[in-house]
Design a protein around this ligand. Structure first.
Ligand SMILES: NC(=O)c1ccc[n+]([C@@H]2O[C@H](COP(=O)([O-])OP(=O)(O)OC[C@H]3O[C@@H](n4cnc5c(N)ncnc54)[C@H](O)[C@@H]3O)[C@@H](O)[C@H]2O)c1
Length: 325
């Protein structure tokens, strides 16, 4: 048994017989939550992973309706269920956030404070909260973006991610809160639809190719962005959360890199499966957002500190999407 398998065995044994760890996932019905809950339950046992969302009907038990803005309800659930770890996935994403900036700010920041404060009080051992490539901006080096770069986000979503990163670091430094974070790139998955982000085209295109053999991209053909297969993103999340606390040296948020491509390159690769796939391009307001983001990330710190390495390249991601959509 390798070290990781050993760790999983010990944890699930303890969870079965001693109930050492119990996770709460906020925003569990979303694109990431759906797959993260399944992965956590496979490791820890179904009963040790509580799924919550505004839309609980999509969730499998144990699950509850919970508005993450409702601090007393969140606190009560954490205490009643003996929660040790929170995975905070509630957010208004980049494209939707630009349509209601104040609401996006309020949702993204208040819910983070609710969780960080519960951890500060000692009610939680560990917190996971995702940041995003959207925390970067036009003055960030776009190619091989280093962990430590100028960050001047142009969207309210990106501003909330950058502020959130700094608050995470602050709670860690001042109050010893064990909060961990990844700057996810655009995540590509087939189990659920994306939730209103600027990288959604890279999922929409697979549905459109299957139905109509044609796709109109809302980003221009040469817009390069960092992306990642959801399986890699879930693996990165679990690895980061299982790393010993002293290995987690970055307490803002880690760069994690997967693949990078443009809409034209993605379409060309997909033509291995859909030879007649017709592409057209009609960039909308999301083009300006994408243009302000990195194109490819340097994730040296994540590799060195807790052994990150992606498994999917462009072709294996495309093959997997085509096989499942
Ligand atoms: N998906 C990506 O490509 C991507 C990339 C970078 C970062 N992220 C980050 O990952 C996290 C999850 O993203 P996602 O793509 O799964 O988002 P999503 O929009 O698919 O899911 C978010 C979920 O939160 C729920 N929700 C919204 N408001 C709520 C509230 N007040 N209380 C409880 N639940 C509420 C929604 O019903 C939804 O199910 C977010 O923080 C996002 O910023 C995602």
């Amino acid at each position: 048994m390798d070290i990781e398998a050993n760790l999983i065995f010990v944890r699930s044994f303890r969870n079965t017989f001693g109930r050492m760890e119990k996770a709460l996932v906020l925003g569990a019905a979303g694109q990431i939550g759906t797959e993260l809950v399944a992965a956590l339950r496979a490791k820890w046992g179904t009963e040790n992973v509580i799924a919550t969302d505004l839309r609980p009907e999509a969730l499998e038990a144990p699950a509850f309706a919970l508005n993450a803005m409702d601090e007393p309800a969140l606190r009560a659930l954490v205490q009643e269920q003996g929660i040790t770890e929170v995975y905070h996935l509630v957010a208004m994403l980049s494209a939707t956030g630009e349509k209601m900036p104040e609401k996006a700010w309020e949702l993204n920041m208040l819910t983070l404070f609710h969780v960080l404060n519960l951890a500060k009080e000692g009610l939680l051992k560990r917190v996971f909260w995702p940041s995003s490539i959207a925390a970067f901006g036009p003055n960030t080096p776009a190619l091989d973006t280093p962990q430590y770069s100028p960050m001047d986000p142009t969207t309210v979503y990106g501003i909330s991610k950058l502020a959130g990163e700094l608050w995470c670091q602050y709670y860690h430094q001042k109050f010893g809160v064990d909060v961990r974070s990844l700057r996810y790139p655009g995540l590509i998955s087939w189990k659920t639809l994306p939730g209103g982000g600027t990288t959604d085209y890279a999922i929409d295109i697979f549905h459109a190719a299957r139905k109509e053999n044609a796709y109109t991209s809302f980003l221009s053909e040469d817009t390069r962005l960092p992306m990642m297969h959801m399986e890699d993103a879930i693996r990165a999340t679990l690895s980061l959360m299982e790393a010993p606390s002293e290995s987690v040296k970055v307490r803002t948020s880690y760069n994690v890199s997967g693949i990078d491509f443009t809409p034209a390159e993605l379409a060309e690769n997909m033509r291995r499966h859909y030879p007649d796939l017709a592409m057209s391009y009609a960039p909308d307001f999301r083009q300006a957002i994408a243009a302000s983001w990195p194109q490819r990330m340097d994730d040296a710190e994540a590799r060195a500190d807790w052994g990150w390495s992606p498994r999917f390249d462009l072709s294996s991601m495309v093959d997997d999407m085509v096989a499942h959509i």
